[in-house]
Design a protein around this ligand. Structure first.
Ligand code: DMJ
Length: 719
């Protein structure tokens, strides 16, 4: 029954797709400039001559969303060769040098030489067009121009917010109004967008934002807020604004205010907010409560999920609190955030993979649902980023990351069929139960984060020069590339070119696990409407919405920076165009979430997420920009894409905890009995027990029947 439903949905979506594909190709055949779509008014212009050139160049890469459009120079190559030999007038080989020009009266030998030279040049040209000699990609693409398009999209979105919802926490682009989340607003959109404004050098806009923060923003409001979201977006936004404005005073400068000597507004607001959030950590275990009242500072237990906090939410506050501690010298911020890591790790979960709910009072996990999507994701992200933030001086976090990544490879990586795409699935009932072949879009932060972990932020070429480069890093880079392709396929698979919130996969029965051997997947995912790889992807109607999420473009950004392979920028450009085309609200209202990525025309939801400005557009902008802006070796980006500098521990800070002792297979050794008369354990390692290096020895994962597994999709949960 379940399979039937899937099949019938697949057929109807294929039919829809082929109708869509025909529609897409028609304008290519009709319009001389190769415009593929009509753009809503006020969306950044795509029909200038540069755009035509880019479209043409695009076709030549063989990676166009619109195959066989006749649009690219490489298309119809045989005709060009024919033209060369005088049978047909070919297109110019270079845009300003017609190639079919011959002087008519030359000596025969000289003529022959010219023909031979011509053939040679043509072949060289073809090699060039196909990118064979140019691993870095097509140098004719003007990435600066594309980056400007992103900036235009940002300005349009920001301008719409300024016009229709200024000062509100939410912006609704369809009804063109806003809403507050707390009585006087928290600056949800303004604060989250600050550093993107700075990176894009939008001086007027940053001035307006700063003015609002200075005169309107108060966090002293008697209202509950989500501890995690407020930390990553507001605290993170203020801290990165502080970092950028003080470290790069020429970035969107505000005369007389910004710069290393003048700016303290953002840091003052950040400290005030952090002090109000501290009450969340006052649980019995130290694991933060899901919410906190900003006025009373009292932590509030979750009203849902049996009172448990989300694991990702409790464990993705550390970059922010530690950077604030470093800036202010207030060790308390550091200690509270660090304590959470210890409590979580003391649970000694198998292979470093954690259930997605944790009780704040007890510090133990609820249920056994393990995934790297909603409620699980950024725990893993913050392991490797904590290690990098403190300049690799806290090896405990790289050890935890390595263990968790080995756990992912052992228990969660499987392959789709028939095309063997790499799938990072879930274990909803625990590691001993069956695998669910489902990926939230949120999981797509992983390819980039794996690559970041493998090289520490250097390029692969640089990292390979180090003696420490090993087979493990090689394999991790391979895994990152495979997963990146899977995430890209989520976009390429749909008529809109946008990914759904959740994707399911057809997998083998029993599942083929990575542990049993890496399977060969297609080199390139063909754009063709009937490409076989599309059979591997399954989109369920309840999961088909798109909330303008950043994770795939985030990973594309890391993969581009780390591998230098321009294909990742090209994929990003295709995705960007899809956002422009299918998420634009009417008139000057900006961009919005949509209901269903499989249906054209798209039905719009009435909400622009703040991470559209803070993350998605920022990552596009960085992806198309030069690599020396925010070098990955100098910074870490928090889970809301707010950049913080890496720093040394210095005298004040150190890692204040140790992992419980483990044996060689990674199993935690039993805690020694307490001395008589002492009640209960203190949760700390027995100093007598010898601590072995954690070395995860993979054993075949337990797999089972997948047909009963896929639980009802959790479409509401975020991180
Ligand atoms: C953002 O708020 C953060 O990236 C978070 O970690 C996950 N959810 C959203 C974006 O999808």
């Amino acid at each position: 029954m379940y399979l039937c439903q899937l099949q019938s949905y697949r057929y109807s979506s294929l039919l829809q797709y082929s109708l869509w594909a025909r529609k897409q190709h028609e304008p290519f055949l009709r319009t001389p400039n190769g415009m593929s779509f009509s753009i809503p008014r006020n969306v950044p212009s795509f029909d200038n001559p540069q755009r035509q050139y880019e479209n043409a160049a695009w076709g030549s890469s063989g990676r166009s969303r619109f195959p066989d459009s006749g649009n690219g120079y490489a298309n119809g190559a045989s005709e060009k060769i024919g033209g060369m030999f005088g049978t047909k007038g070919g297109l110019p080989m270079y845009k300003d040098k017609p190639y079919n020009y011959f002087a008519s009266r030359r000596k025969a030998w000289f003529q022959r030489k010219r023909v031979l030279a011509g053939i040679g040049l043509l072949l060289l040209g073809l090699v060039y067009w196909l990118g064979i000699l140019s691993p870095a990609g097509d140098s004719r693409i003007d990435w600066d121009e594309r980056r400007e398009r992103v900036k235009s999209a940002f300005k349009l979105s920001w301008g719409a917010y300024e016009k229709y919802a200024w000062g509100h926490d939410e912006y609704h682009p369809i009804s063109k109004d806003g809403r507050q989340m707390v009585p006087n607003g928290m600056g949800w959109i303004i604060v989250d967008a600050l550093d993107t404004l700075m990176l894009m050098n939008l001086t007027t806009q940053i001035n307006h934002a700063r003015q609002w923060i200075s005169t309107n923003l108060t966090y002293d409001q008697d209202h509950d807020v989500n501890t995690f979201e407020t930390t990553i977006r507001m605290l993170g936004g203020l801290l990165s604004a502080h970092y950028l404005s003080t470290t790069f005073p020429d970035m969107a400068p505000i005369p007389g205010i910004q710069g290393s000597s003048g700016e303290d507004l953002y840091l003052e607001k950040a400290s005030d907010l952090a002090d109000r959030l501290m009450g969340a950590y006052d649980s019995e275990s130290g694991v933060p409560y899901a919410s906190v009242n900003l006025h009373t500072g009292k932590g509030i237990v979750s009203h849902q999920d049996g009172g448990a906090s989300s694991t990702a939410e409790a464990t993705s506050l550390q970059l922010e609190m530690k950077y604030l501690a470093k800036l202010t010298g207030e060790k308390n911020y550091w200690d509270k955030a660090e304590k959470v890591m210890q409590v979580v790790d003391d649970n000694a979960m198998e292979d470093g993979l954690l259930p997605i709910f944790i009780y704040a009072d007890r510090g133990t996990f609820r249920d056994n649902n393990i995934r790297l999507g909603s409620r699980g994701d950024s725990y893993y992200e913050y392991l490797i980023k904590q290690y990098l933030q403190t300049s690799k001086q806290e090896p405990i976090y790289s050890e935890m990351w390595d263990q968790a990544l080995a756990g992912v490879r052992k228990h969660l990586i499987t392959y789709s069929q028939p095309s063997n795409l790499t799938v990072l699935g879930e274990r909803p009932m625990g590691l001993q139960s069956a695998l669910a072949p489902k990926m939230d879009h949120l999981v797509c932060f992983m390819p980039g984060t794996i690559a970041l972990g493998a090289t520490g932020g250097r390029t692969v070429a640089e990292a390979k020069l180090e003696a420490s480069w090993s087979k493990q890093q090689e394999e991790e880079m391979d895994l990152a590339k495979q997963l990146m392709k899977t995430c890209w396929g989520m976009y390429l698979d749909t008529p809109t070119g946008l990914a759904p919130e959740i994707t399911h996969f057809e997998i083998y029965d029993p599942p083929k696990m990575m542990y049993d051997g890496v399977l060969q997947l297609p080199d390139v995912l063909s754009h063709s409407a009937d490409a076989e790889w599309r059979k591997d992807y399954v989109i369920k109607p309840a999961d088909a919405h798109n909330l303008q999420r950043p994770e795939t473009v985030e990973s594309l950004f890391y993969m581009w920076r780390i591998t230098g392979d321009e294909v990742y920028r090209e994929w990003g450009w295709e995705i960007f165009q899809s956002f422009m085309k299918y998420t634009a609200a009417d008139g000057d209202a900006g961009f919005t979430s949509i209901d269903d990525v499989t249906v054209i025309p798209t039905s719009k939801r009435d909400n622009m997420e703040s991470f559209w400005l803070a993350e998605t557009l920022k990552y596009f902008y960085l992806l198309f920009g030069p690599t020396d802006i925010l070098p990955l070796t100098d910074i870490v980006l928090n889970t809301e894409a707010h950049p913080f500098p890496r720093f040394e521990l210095g005298k004040l800070f150190s890692t204040g905890w140790q992992r419980r002792p483990r044996d060689k297979s990674g199993k935690v050794l039993p805690v020694a009995r307490e001395a008589p008369g002492k009640e209960g354990g203190d949760g700390k390692a027995d100093p007598q027990v010898k601590v072995e290096t954690v070395q995860v020895v993979a054993t075949p994962a337990t797999v089972g029947d997948t047909s009963t597994l896929v639980p009802k999709a959790d479409v509401t949960g975020d991180a």
